[in-house]
Design a protein around this ligand. Structure first.
Ligand SMILES: *[C@@H]1O[C@H](CO)[C@@H](O)[C@H](O)[C@H]1NC(C)=O
Ligand SMILES: *[C@@H]1O[C@H](CO)[C@@H](O)[C@H](O)[C@H]1NC(C)=O
Ligand SMILES: *[C@@H]1O[C@H](CO)[C@@H](O)[C@H](O)[C@H]1NC(C)=O
Ligand SMILES: *[C@@H]1O[C@H](CO)[C@@H](O)[C@H](O)[C@H]1NC(C)=O
Ligand SMILES: *[C@@H]1O[C@H](CO)[C@@H](O)[C@H](O)[C@H]1NC(C)=O
Ligand SMILES: *[C@@H]1O[C@H](CO)[C@@H](O)[C@H](O)[C@H]1NC(C)=O
Ligand SMILES: *[C@@H]1O[C@H](CO)[C@@H](O)[C@H](O)[C@H]1NC(C)=O
Length: 320
């Protein structure tokens, strides 16, 4: 369930982005930008001296126009532009969408052999009782689809390992109807772990990070989903993060916000994003939107993350 929010390494290279001393918690925090694409606004924000780098999104479909025929030109161009600014680059590989008209998987998967590659997904708090299609997710529980996805990860690593600072797989929260398209919560969970471990194995120098917010059958660590997944990430050198920086939000506090700080020293890196929907969140203590200071304080002192990926729409970025 993509609750409360509606859009949404491994082997950390010694040479890369050397961590600041862990005791120095506030200055260790790196401020990055996040946007679905690198545009002129984002590029100009990179001129700010307080910004370390840029994270952009690429859909599976855009990177593999035909089977085994990869097109990484967009990543390559964006990487060059960001590097030319003296900044670092990070890729989010998108295998799901939050828009019913957008299917994130390549066309060649649209055959019975791959069971069409994706499945309809519902987003929000009412999916259990009222399943409405609000997006699509790659069938990572289907071994044939997962195999193709992992081939993409290998191809990406071949070109970008050690160049980009990191790559992350998108949030684990989904709602797919059990029993359709062979989906089960268990097979989804195992498929996601398999991909994360594969990414960390393929990327030996750049960080590989899994965004973990909710698991479909894992509320408050039901079925040990959080402890099992975080132990897996620790064992396989997968960094962890989340799509939503929302201080003290009850749903998050009962789920990933427990484990992100707990595993801080067990995984290669921990990060969090402050994405567009988070702009609407209100600090219940003040009745106002969270200030930058409140967000940074929570990221540093509660979540203990090393990077915040800020949407380019964050108010504090609009003033120089
Ligand atoms: C570092 O974190 C500790 C607790 O985690 C906190 O007490 C301290 O104020 C923080 N230091 C800075 C500089 O933020
Ligand atoms: C969903 O995707 C369609 C097709 O790309 C686009 O026209 C539409 O604006 C998107 N809707 C939202 C809410 O982003
Ligand atoms: C796959 O897509 C085709 C064409 O849209 C459709 O007829 C078929 O029912 C789909 N199969 C599944 C399993 O969804
Ligand atoms: C189910 O959700 C859809 C889309 O959000 C909404 O239009 C519809 O009214 C809902 N139906 C019920 C019975 O709640
Ligand atoms: C569903 O799973 C069964 C058992 O693993 C397999 O034989 C079948 O091909 C799968 N069907 C689809 C559509 O993936
Ligand atoms: C979460 O689970 C723990 C252990 O099973 C339980 O003690 C606690 O009350 C639960 N918390 C909530 C908010 O449901
Ligand atoms: C603020 O309170 C409302 C109502 O209890 C709750 O739904 C919401 O999640 C809270 N927001 C945060 C950020 O804690």
């Amino acid at each position: 369930m993509h609750l409360y929010y509606l859009a949404s390494v491994a082997l950390a290279a010694q040479a890369l982005a050397a961590p600041s001393p862990k005791s120095d918690n506030s200055s260790a925090l790196e401020q990055w930008l996040y946007n679905s694409q690198l545009d002129d606004h984002g590029l100009s924000l990179l001129d700010r001296s307080d910004i370390v780098g840029f994270q952009a999104l690429y859909s599976w479909k855009s990177l593999e126009p035909a089977e085994n025929d990869y097109d990484f030109s967009n990543i390559r161009d964006d990487y060059e532009k960001v590097l030319a600014k003296g900044k670092k680059f990070w890729v989010q590989l998108q295998d799901r969408s939050f828009n019913a008209s957008v299917d994130p998987v390549p066309k060649y998967l649209k055959t019975p052999y791959y069971n069409n590659g994706s499945a309809p997904a519902c987003d929000g708090t009412a999916c259990d009782t009222n399943f409405t299609i609000t997006g699509w997710v790659a069938q990572q529980w289907n071994p044939r689809v997962r195999h193709r996805y992992q081939s993409l990860l290998s191809a990406l690593a071949e070109e970008f390992d050690g160049k980009i600072t990191g790559i992350n797989l998108p949030e684990t929260s989904i709602s797919v109807t059990e029993g359709t398209n062979n989906y089960t919560d268990e097979s989804y969970f195992l498929g996601e772990l398999d991909n994360a471990g594969y990414a960390a194995h393929a990327f030996k120098k750049s960080y590989a990070v899994q965004y973990v917010n909710f698991w479909p059958d894992g509320w408050n660590n039901t079925n040990n989903r959080f402890t099992d997944s975080f132990n897996f990430y620790a064992k396989h050198g997968v960094g962890v993060g989340g799509p939503d920086l929302i201080p003290n939000k009850p749903g998050q506090e009962q789920n990933s916000y427990v484990y992100i700080p707990m595993y801080h020293d067990e995984v290669p890196i921990t990060v969090v994003a402050f994405q567009e929907p988070d702009l609407k969140e209100i600090n219940n203590k003040t009745g106002n939107p969270f200030t930058k200071e409140e967000l940074v304080d929570f990221a540093v002192n509660e979540l203990h993350v090393r990077i915040v990926f800020w949407t380019v729409q964050a108010p504090w970025l609009q003033s120089s």
